[in-house]
Design a protein around this ligand. Structure first.
Ligand code: ZN
Length: 807
């Protein structure tokens, strides 16, 4: 008899059928262990190949990931030297075009595409907007198990396997097990179309009849699959992601929706709770298709196949390899207690999931029809430029705190171009969206000069409506009603009056909402007094409605037109805040300068000269005059003059340009002569609305294309090898913004660095040497547009490798 310390492999069965199956694969069995009375696990000890293995059955509690955690805790307590853990049992398969999964097949949890082998799916958490949260990525399958899986996979690919024969041999020796554990006939493996539901039993609540009794055998409802050939593995082993949650999946549509999101091969119910505790490999025999047609006839055989595979897997692991890996006990980081709280806190019923699925389908249709802009892109962009605690003077200040809690409150943050309004409003949004914030219904919007599409009132209203639809369950019915009835299920569009009344009805239903709108002055809808024609009238109407409690925080420049409108109904003493003024803004700016001068690599040549660092910090702080943007440009300029001797630095600091426009003029005059033509070309395009945002590659093509030359493009070797270089032609004026598309894939756009840059190029203050190049855009937009379009055609042809002979 082996000692408790001699066992190195843990094998967990969640249900009794799996336990019985597992026991059939021991080469030798030992006596039962002595265990504490608090340990409710059932253990079978024995030898499989060269390993001492503990097969554990969870007996207390119900199926689900919570109990797996307790089982693991007790098992590791009793057998302190366990090095690897296998969860072996049955699960619901997800057959698809990509994965021909059939009953009796095996799915092994393996990391794919950088994702761990098992997902914990917390259904129902944060239902609205994003119904299925795949949380708790458990990327912790031990290396020794992964390499064993690869070894076996290679062997099976080359020579096949004998899992079915092994099972037959075992069953031929024990006829009692045959009925429940032998392979059912292949003809009973029927995969129904996802939309075809199992018929309920005759007597209502009774057990379900077998599909052969109650379900159609009509080929139109059955997915036809060819028989497997002799040279194919049968059962087949699949490798990939297993989703684990504490809910049984019994709905094929739900199954496919969940599976599509993460390429899931199998659903099961215990692994998540276990993998939060200990690293383990999950092996699942497929006994059903996670649809309404559940029957139990494949469970025994599926458990046998999974166990047979687990045994083969152990046979390719050397006992010494296990001795060399760490004890699982040492790897446990979380306490079971914490984990249990976490898991039980998110437990929801299937009803919630199905409701969530319906919401998701509806949301997609609504979104396609409403076509709202996505302000989160701007939010992320602004937050990237935020430094540390900047804005805390405002967020912790009395005005913002009062605004959050006072009914129908209103705040106008005003400031000159470049004083940091957008970063400040994005910080306010982030603060309001924080998990512990009491401002549940926070909506926001950024008017963005680089997105022509986002500059109108209509777009703002659409975005707010959509955000409300996602956040407030009560408000959903108004929009849905319009979608179905007034707009004939999305066949027609809402007019602006309907949009406005829909938004106000939804705000009334939401009871309380906090709305942050950045850049009012960049909104183009500002004529007349009607709520649909003037953004100021719209905000005034919504914020004064007695039947709702809507808080508005808006930012803009201190424009006369905005001020005189807001002056009619707000108090300039308490509800207007000038960002530029005040010591606190200076404090923020000073912190920003300090951080860059001290931490940025380019300034490291002064790192031993505290006096010089201080000179830069003081000079910029004193002259900034509340303009973040100005500071950014000056630091960029200083950074780029790497060969500054000290006296020259001093002189530069003494003669800094006073205004932003002066700063831009100086940046232009510092562009190297050999770069001027290219810089002008880039700036022209980005200033023009149509091309306000281009990819670095498009810019490279644009530089290479030349509408005035023949053959119309520059030879390949004159193209920029590295597209990131494009911003070096006119740094500080142009920036590269990192974004992600809706599939999470990152991409990059080149844009003017600030709205004030665009205004500068269109103003009469532009540097005289450049004025002529931008006059065309200022006065003759149409002419420029024609030329630019010709240029674009040319670029496209260059990109496609068939340059035009341009004449
Ligand atoms: Zn059925």
């Amino acid at each position: 008899m082996a000692e408790l310390e001699d066992f190195t492999v843990g094998w967990i069965s969640a249900v009794w059928t799996e336990y019985v199956a597992a026991r059939q694969f021991f080469d030798e069995m030992f006596d039962d262990p002595e265990k504490p009375s608090t340990d409710h696990n059932e253990y079978t000890l024995g030898r499989i190949g060269k390993h001492n293995v503990v097969v554990t059955l969870m007996t207390k509690g119900t199926i689900g990931s919570n109990s797996a955690a307790i089982v693991a805790r007790d098992m590791l307590h009793l057998f302190p030297n366990i090095r690897v853990c296998l969860m072996v049992g049955i699960g619901g398969g997800v057959p698809s075009k990509k994965h021909d999964i059939r009953l009796g097949d095996v799915v092994v949890s393996m990391p794919v595409n950088g994702l761990g082998g098992v997902f914990q799916s917390d259904f129902g958490k944060n239902v609205q907007g994003k119904p299925f949260q795949f949380t708790g990525l458990m990327d912790r399958v031990p290396d020794v198990l992964i390499s064993a899986v690869y070894k076996l996979r290679t062997r099976y690919a080359e020579n096949g396997h004998t899992l079915a024969d092994t099972i037959n041999t075992i069953l031929s020796k024990n006829k009692r097990l045959q009925k429940a554990y032998a392979s059912p006939r292949a003809s009973t493996d029927i995969l129904y179309h996802a939309s075809y539901q199992h018929s309920p039993s005759q007597d209502g609540d009774g057990p379900l009849d077998d599909c052969s009794v109650s379900c159609s055998q009509d080929p139109t409802v059955i997915i036809q699959r060819r028989a497997r050939e002799d040279y194919e593995n049968n059962p087949e082993i699949h490798y990939g992601t297993i989703a684990s949650g504490n809910q049984v999946i019994k709905d094929a549509v739900l199954r496919d929706a969940l599976a599509r999101e993460k390429d899931i091969l199998c659903f099961e119910m215990e692994a998540a709770g276990l993998m939060n505790q200990v690293p383990c490999l999950v092996i699942r025999g497929i006994c059903d298709y996670a649809d309404s047609h559940k029957s139990k006839s494949w469970q025994g055989y599926a458990a046998m196949v999974a166990s047979a595979y687990a045994k083969e897997l152990l046979s390719v692991i050397r006992p010494t390899a296990l001795d060399e890996s760490r004890k699982l006990q040492d790897m446990i980081l979380l306490t079971v207690k914490d984990n249990l709280q976490e898991v039980s806190g998110v437990s929801h019923d299937t009803h919630t999931m199905v409701k969530a699925l319906n919401f998701d389908r509806r949301l997609e249709r609504i979104k396609r029809w409403l076509d709202p802009p996505d302000p989160s892109i701007n939010l992320n962009k602004a937050q990237q430029t935020r430094s540390g605690t900047s804005g805390s003077w405002f967020l912790n200040g009395e005005a913002f705190q009062r605004w959050k809690t006072t009914s129908r409150s209103f705040l106008w943050l005003q400031g000159i171009p470049g004083c940091g309004k957008t970063v400040l409003s994005s910080s306010a949004v982030t603060e309001l969206l924080r998990a512990d914030s009491s401002c549940n219904t926070t909506l926001y919007f950024f008017f963005d000069f680089t997105e022509k599409d986002m500059q109108t009132l209509g777009k703002l209203v659409r975005s707010l409506i959509y955000q409300l639809y996602c956040k407030s369950e009560g408000a959903q019915k108004y929009l849905y009603e319009l979608f179905i009835n007034a707009c004939n299920e999305g066949a027609s569009q809402l007019n602006s009056a309907q949009l406005h009344s829909c938004l106000s009805a939804m705000l009334r239903e939401a009871k309380e909402a906090w709305i942050v709108i950045d850049g009012l002055d960049e909104c183009t809808t500002r004529k007349g007094r009607a709520v649909t024609e003037n953004i100021l009238a719209c905000i005034r109407d919504l914020s004064q409605r007695e039947d709702a409690n809507t808080h508005f925080l808006v930012t803009s420049r201190p424009e006369h037109e905005i001020g005189s409108d807001l002056g009619e109904w707000t108090d300039s003493e308490t509800q207007w805040i000038n960002i530029q003024n005040g010591l606190v803004q200076t404090y923020d700016i000073n912190a920003y300068i300090r951080k860059r001068v001290i931490e940025e690599v380019a300034f490291s040549r002064w790192k031993d000269r505290v006096d010089v660092q201080q000179m830069i910090i003081t000079a910029l702080t004193l002259q900034a005059n509340g303009m973040f943007r100005w500071v950014v440009c000056q630091l960029d300029t200083l950074r780029d003059c790497l060969d500054f001797p000290e006296f020259e630095l001093r002189e530069t600091l003494d003669t800094l340009p006073k205004t932003l426009y002066e700063t831009y003029g100086r940046i232009l005059s510092n562009i190297k002569p050999q770069h001027i033509n290219v810089a002008i070309r880039i700036l022209q395009f980005l200033t023009f609305d149509q091309y306000a945002s281009l990819s670095p590659e498009e810019i490279v093509d644009m530089i290479a294309a030349n509408a005035e030359a023949i053959p119309g493009f520059l030879p390949e070797n004159t193209r920029l090898p590295n597209s990131d270089q494009v911003i070096e032609y006119c740094s500080s004026l142009v920036t590269i913004v990192e974004q992600t598309d809706r599939w999470g894939k990152p991409f990059r756009r080149v844009q003017l660095a600030h709205f004030s840059v665009k205004e500068y190029f269109l103003s009469s203050s532009i540097h005289p040497l450049f004025a002529a190049h931008f006059a065309e855009i200022r006065y003759g937009r149409r002419a420029f547009w024609r030329r630019a379009t010709c240029q674009l055609v040319l670029e496209r042809s260059v990109m496609q490798g068939s340059p035009l002979d341009w004449r």
